[in-house]
Design a binder for this molecule. Structure first.
Ligand SMILES: [Zn+2]
Length: 309
C-alpha cells in the first residue's frame, strides 16, 4: 500500500515536471503527392515536405501511426507531442523502391527516413491510405513488395476505398462494397488488415456509421477510426471529445488563402502559442496524465488509467 502510494507520487511528479497533458490536441497531417513543381492544390515539393518534418522534429513532435492514435497506444518520451503523418492515394511519389528494395531518396518515405536519421527519437512512421492504384505498381507481385516493405518497416496501411469515389449520396450497398474492396486490396496481398479508413474527399456517406462497420465485395470491416479531410487538430483519444466516426485532419500547407488559418503551418503556430491545449506526454504509456482541472473530460474507457496532478 505504502509502496504503491509512493510510486503514484513519483508518477505524478514526473507528469507535472513534463507538463503532461494527455487530454490535449494532436495534429493529424494529410499529405498527397510529394513532387517537384506541383500544380496548385494539396501536393508538396520534397523541399517543403522536408522542411515541415524538420520543424516537427525541432518542436518536439514524435510521429505515431493512425492505428496507434485511435487505439490510444501513444508511447513517446516525456515532454514530447504526438503527430500523425498520413498520406492519401498511394502515389509513387510517396514510396518507390529501387532494385535493392530501398526507398528512393526523394520519395516521402525516403525523406522521412533521412530526417529521422538526423533527429534521433523522431520515429519514421506514418499511415498510408491506399487505393486501387497501389504506388503505381501494376503487377500483384510488385504491389506485394511495396506493401510488405511498409509493414516490415513499422509503417501503417489504411483503407481509402478501392476506386476513390465520392461516397456522399451513394446507397449503403455501394458504400460498403467500396470500403470492403479497399480492405481486400490489402488483405489479398499481405497479412495485414487496415484498422482505420480515410474517406475520399473527406466526404461522409448518408449514414456516417456505414463507413465504420460493414461488409461488401467479400470482405468485412470494423474500423477503430474514420478520418476526414479538414480542418482542425484532432482530440486526444483519451477525451470525451474523441469521435471515431469523424476524425479531423489538417492539410499540409503554408499560410495562404484559407490556409491562413486552417492548414499545417497555421495550426503548428497555434499549437505552439497554445501549449496547454496540445497533447504532451508524461513518458508513461500506461497512464493518462493531465492537470487535475481537466479531469471532467477523461473518456470513460480510460478512467482507470487517469493520472491527474
Ligand atoms: Zn484521396
Amino acid at each position: 500500500m505504502a509502496a504503491a502510494a509512493s510510486e503514484k507520487k513519483t508518477e505524478t511528479e514526473v507528469a507535472a515536471k513534463a507538463k503532461a497533458n494527455e487530454l490535449g490536441q494532436i495534429p493529424v497531417i494529410m499529405y498527397h503527392r510529394i513532387i517537384k513543381n506541383p500544380p496548385p492544390g494539396d501536393d508538396r515539393t520534397p523541399e517543403q515536405f522536408r522542411a515541415e518534418l524538420e520543424r516537427l522534429a525541432k518542436e518536439d513532435y514524435v510521429p505515431i501511426t493512425a492505428a496507434e492514435y485511435v487505439t490510444g497506444k501513444i508511447g513517446i518520451p516525456a515532454g514530447k507531442h504526438p503527430v500523425v503523418l498520413t498520406f492519401d492515394d498511394s502515389s509513387p511519389s510517396q514510396l518507390t523502391l529501387d532494385g535493392m528494395g530501398n526507398p528512393k531518396p526523394d520519395t516521402a518515405v525516403g525523406i522521412l527516413m533521412d530526417v529521422a536519421k538526423k533527429h534521433p527519437g523522431f520515429r519514421p512512421v506514418a499511415t498510408f491510405y491506399v487505393i486501387r492504384d497501389l504506388f503505381g505498381m501494376a503487377k500483384p507481385e510488385e504491389q506485394t513488395q511495396v506493401l510488405e516493405w511498409l509493414k516490415d518497416h513499422g509503417f501503417d496501411i489504411g483503407n481509402h476505398t478501392r476506386d476513390h469515389l465520392n461516397l456522399l449520396g451513394k446507397p449503403e450497398k455501394e458504400v460498403e462494397e467500396q470500403i470492403g474492396a479497399g480492405q481486400k486490396l490489402v488483405t489479398s496481398l499481405i497479412k495485414f488488415s487496415p484498422v482505420t479508413l480515410a474517406l475520399p474527399y473527406g466526404n461522409q456517406p448518408h449514414d456516417k456509421k456505414w463507413a465504420m462497420k460493414g461488409s461488401g465485395a467479400g470482405a468485412s470491416y470494423d474500423f477503430r477510426g474514420v478520418f476526414l479531410a479538414g480542418y482542425t487538430p484532432a482530440p486526444s483519444p483519451y477525451t470525451k471529445d474523441f469521435d471515431p466516426v469523424g476524425i479531423p485532419r489538417i492539410r499540409s500547407k503554408e499560410k495562404v488563402g484559407d490556409c491562413v488559418k486552417f492548414c499545417s503551418t497555421a495550426w503548428l503556430d497555434w499549437l505552439n502559442a497554445n501549449a496547454t491545449d496540445r497533447f504532451t506526454s508524461d513518458g508513461n504509456a500506461s497512464t493518462v496524465a493531465f492537470p487535475k482541472f481537466k479531469a471532467p473530460f477523461v473518456a470513460a474507457p480510460y478512467a482507470t488509467r487517469a493520472l491527474p496532478y
